[in-house]
Design a protein around this ligand. Structure first.
Ligand SMILES: Nc1ncnc2c1ncn2[C@@H]1O[C@H](COP(=O)(O)OP(=O)(O)OP(=O)(O)O)[C@@H](O)[C@H]1O
Ligand SMILES: O=C(O)c1ccc[n+]([C@@H]2O[C@H](COP(=O)([O-])O)[C@@H](O)[C@H]2O)c1
Length: 213
């Protein structure tokens, strides 16, 4: 059976409800039984995170412990070079074979920067892109040529994600969550409460480890 496999990459410094809740809604919307969370080790387009890779991995494990939808993939954590998505997806495709439907999940902000990613034009050869909504970011690309690229790959039919191996971009109508890891780190630094922004187990771990203070 060609079951759609979905990877959700990120820095997760720390993981929060803005990651988990849109993806849970997405799974219901398009019929996903599994989402593989993949923390990076060396993020390609931003400074090195505050928490170590092991701490970020542990926070993801705590966040998904009671959520059977999610599993964790450590392939990028094992690499010391920048976690280029094009490279990761090329390897993943080789492992999964040419026919399997594969998807990479991103938020709306990541779609806007996508054309600046390393070898971005090869990524859709290996997977679909599924975009979750995020407040504060436009859905149109800044440059006309990138908008054309987006429109050439868009589909509004979630069936395409299950029947084709790769190549489509699906803008999912997931709920908006105005949460970012940056806001959480800033609030923690100011000793402000974050209870509604991330799971309790993750918050307890952050406090135990003295992270972001
Ligand atoms: N609130 C949100 N709604 C939808 N998608 C999100 C949200 N927060 C993060 N994402 C998406 O999750 C993926 C991983 O994001 P990341 O780990 O960088 O979190 P972040 O909150 O954006 O972090 P930071 O504030 O440190 O930049 C990215 O594709 C991002 O677009
Ligand atoms: O490959 C790239 O050039 C690239 C550039 C920016 C981000 N990414 C990936 O996109 C995912 C979300 O990135 P971030 O920085 O928002 O956590 C994560 O898996 C990153 O490794 C990848």
């Amino acid at each position: 059976m060609n079951q759609l496999q979905a990877l959700f990459g990120g820095t997760f410094d720390p993981v929060h409800y803005g990651h988990l809740k849109p993806v849970e809604a997405l799974a219901n919307l398009i019929g996903l039984s599994k989402v593989i969370i993949m923390p990076n080790n060396v993020p390609p387009h931003r400074p090195q995170p505050e928490a170590t890779s092991q701490q970020r991995k542990k926070m993801v494990e705590l966040a998904i412990a009671d959520k059977p939808l999610f599993t964790l993939d450590e392939r990028e954590l094992r690499r010391d070079t920048p976690s280029y998505t094009a490279q990761t997806l090329h390897e993943w495709r080789e492992q999964q074979g040419a026919e399997r439907s594969l998807a990479f999940i991103i938020g709306q902000d990541s779609l806007l920067t996508f054309p600046s990613w390393h070898h971005y034009d090869t990524i859709l050869d290996n997977c679909h892109l599924i975009v979750c909504r995020r407040p504060g970011y436009p859905l149109a690309m800044e440059q006309a040529e990138h908008q054309q690229w987006l429109e050439a790959h868009l589909t509004t039919n979630p069936e395409d994600l299950h029947t084709l191996p790769a190549g489509k971009i699906f803008l999912a109508e997931t709920p908006w969550f105005n949460i970012s890891a940056t806001i959480i780190r800033e609030r923690l630094e100011r000793n402000e409460p974050c209870d509604d922004l991330l799971p309790d187990a993750v918050l307890d771990y952050i406090n135990e480890q003295g992270l972001y203070h």
